[in-house]
Design a protein around this ligand. Structure first.
Ligand SMILES: [Zn+2]
Length: 129
């Protein structure tokens, strides 16, 4: 499957309402630490469609970081296999409790180590504690 990009090299991200709602509900559970998970969906020509989100409840959330532990990956992969067998892991999401939307150095580490395919995307959501 050639994901392909647009002529300007950008990939459009289409976020289904159900996925947006799932992310919002998960990150609202605890607004004192970062929380997050993976995005599932499909790759189109020049775009990624995000159709769902899998919360990584075993991830270690701190005030300004989120660590995907082995337990978190086990959890995410088993949900992916059980509930999303037709979809792929197209990226990840996480919350920034009370601070702005950007990718920190550590976020960029996660992105380049675990979600390095050109079609894998990241969503940071600002929440107010
Ligand atoms: Zn972050």
């Amino acid at each position: 499957m050639g994901g392909g990009g647009t002529p300007d090299g950008l990939i459009r991200v289409l976020l289904a309402e159900s996925a947006r709602d799932a992310i919002a509900a998960h990150v609202a559970e605890d607004t004192t630490v970062e929380s997050g998970g993976v995005l599932v969906g499909e790759i189109l020509a020049g775009a990624v469609r995000v159709v769902g989100a899998i919360p990584a409840r075993q991830a270690a959330g701190a005030a300004t970081s989120l660590t995907f532990t082995h337990e978190a990956w086990d959890e995410v992969n088993s949900v992916l296999e059980a509930d999303w067998s037709d979809a792929r892991m197209v990226g990840w999401y996480h919350s920034h409790p009370g601070f702005g939307i950007f990718l920190s150095d550590y976020d960029q580490f996660i992105q380049s180590n675990f979600f390095s395919e050109p079609w894998q995307v990241s969503r940071a959501t600002r929440i107010s504690p």
